[in-house]
Ligand binder design. Structure first.
Ligand code: CLF
Ligand code: SF4
Length: 300
C-alpha cells in the first residue's frame, strides 16, 4: 500500500522523503546515510561493477572513477557481479548496519546494464531488506526506469549539470547513444531530455530520487538554482551540489573550484527550494562503511 505525504507522517518529520513512497521505501530511506543525514550510524557499500561510460563530461578523466558521484582522481577495482556478491557477503558479516548497496561506477551504472542487473538480483534475492541505490548520468534512464523498479531499486541519483543545452554543451563533450557518437548542442539536448523524462517516469514508481549537480565556477554555478527548480517540478525532494575538483588531463584541469564558503552559500540558497545534502563525502566507487569512515582501503 502506498502512503501519501499526509498519512505516512514521516515526510513532515523528515524533508528528505518525497510524497507517494511506500512504507517499505520510507523505512529504507530513513536507514540510508546519504538520503537521511540522521542515519549516520548506517553504512553503505558500493560495488564497482560498471566500468563503461556512455557520455564524456569535460571534467572527467576516465582513468578514474565517475566524478559525478565520486571522489575525483580515485581508481576503484572492478568486480564481476558474482565477485561483487561475495564482497557484499564479506562486508555484511563485518560491518554493522549495512543497510544500503549502491552502484556508482566507476563508469555509468546503466551503460553496464547487464552487470548492474545481475548484481542487484544476487543481492536482492538474499537480502530483501537492503536498499538498492544507483547513480547514473541518466542517458539511458527512460529505457530502464521501469525495469529498475521491477528489479527492486529504491534509490536513484541522476547527475544533471545543466537544464539549458547552451550551458550543457560546455560541460558534455559527447554522448554515445543508439550506436552513434553525438557531439555539441545536440548531445546536450538528448542527455537533458532523457534525464528529465527518466525522472518523470520515476516520479510515480516508488523510487526515492536525488539529483547531483557538479557546480563549475563561471560555467554553470550561476545556473544551479534553475536546475534545482526544474527537478523540483519533477518531484525531486533532495539535491546534492558538489564543487568541481579539477583533474589533470581534462579541459578543466586548471579551473578554479568554488571555495567552501561559495559552495555553502549555493547550497543554502537552494535549500529554500529543495532539501540539500550538506554531508556528501564524494565517495569512491568501491566505498564501504559509514559516510564518516570509509573502510574500503583498510584490512578488516
Ligand atoms: Fe552511494 Fe550515492 Fe547511493 Fe549514497 S553515495 S550511490 S546515494 S549509496 Fe552519498 Fe557518497 Fe555523496 Fe554519493 S556520500 S558521493 S551522495
Ligand atoms: Fe566521467 Fe561520470 Fe561523466 Fe561518465 S558520467 S564521463 S564516468 S564523470
Amino acid at each position: 500500500m502506498r502512503n501519501c505525504r499526509g498519512c505516512s507522517g514521516e515526510s513532515e518529520k523528515d524533508p528528505y522523503l518525497k510524497a507517494g513512497l511506500s512504507k517499505e521505501t520510507i523505512e529504507k530511506t530513513l536507514k540510508h546515510p546519504c538520503y537521511n543525514k540522521n542515519a549516520h550510524d548506517n553504512a553503505r557499500i558500493h560495488l564497482p561493477v560498471a566500468p563503461v561510460c556512455n557520455i564524456k563530461c569535460a571534467f572527467c578523466n576516465r582513468k578514474f572513477d565517475c566524478q559525478n558521484e565520486s571522489r575525483p582522481g580515485v581508481t576503484s577495482n572492478l568486480l564481476t557481479p558474482e565477485k561483487a556478491f561475495e564482497t557484499f557477503e564479506y562486508y555484511n558479516s563485518k560491518v554493522e548496519n549495512l543497510t544500503v548497496m549502491g552502484i556508482a561506477g566507476p563508469g555509468d551504472a546503466l551503460a553496464n546494464f547487464e552487470e548492474t542487473k545481475r548484481t542487484i538480483q544476487l543481492i536482492k534475492e538474499k537480502h530483501p531488506d537492503v536498499a538498492i541505490c544507483l547513480s547514473t548520468n541518466g542517458l539511458l534512464l527512460p529505457q530502464y526506469a521501469v525495469e529498475l523498479k521491477e528489479l527492486g531499486i529504491t534509490h536513484l541519483t541522476v547527475t544533471i549539470n545543466a537544464v539549458d543545452p547552451s550551458i550543457g554543451e560546455k560541460i558534455y563533450d559527447h554522448i554515445d547513444y543508439n550506436g552513434k557518437r553525438i557531439v555539441g548542442r545536440e548531445a546536450s539536448e538528448i542527455l537533458l531530455h532523457n534525464q528529465l523524462e527518466g525522472l518523470e517516469i520515476l516520479k510515480n514508481l516508488d523510487v526515492m530520487c536525488k539529483v547531483n549537480i557538479v557546480a563549475i565556477k563561471g560555467v554553470n554555478d550561476f545556473h544551479v538554482k534553475e536546475i534545482v527548480e526544474k527537478v523540483k517540478s519533477l518531484g525531486v525532494t533532495l539535491t546534492n551540489i558538489m564543487s568541481l575538483i579539477p583533474v589533470k588531463g581534462t579541459a578543466f584541469e586548471n579551473h578554479e573550484s568554488l571555495t567552501s564558503e561559495e559552495l555553502k552559500k549555493l547550497r543554502k540558497d537552494c535549500d529554500t527550494l529543495v532539501t540539500q545534502m550538506f554531508h556528501c563525502r564524494q565517495c569512491r566507487a568501491d566505498a564501504v562503511g559509514k559516510l564518516s569512515h570509509d573502510i574500503s582501503q583498510e584490512a578488516i
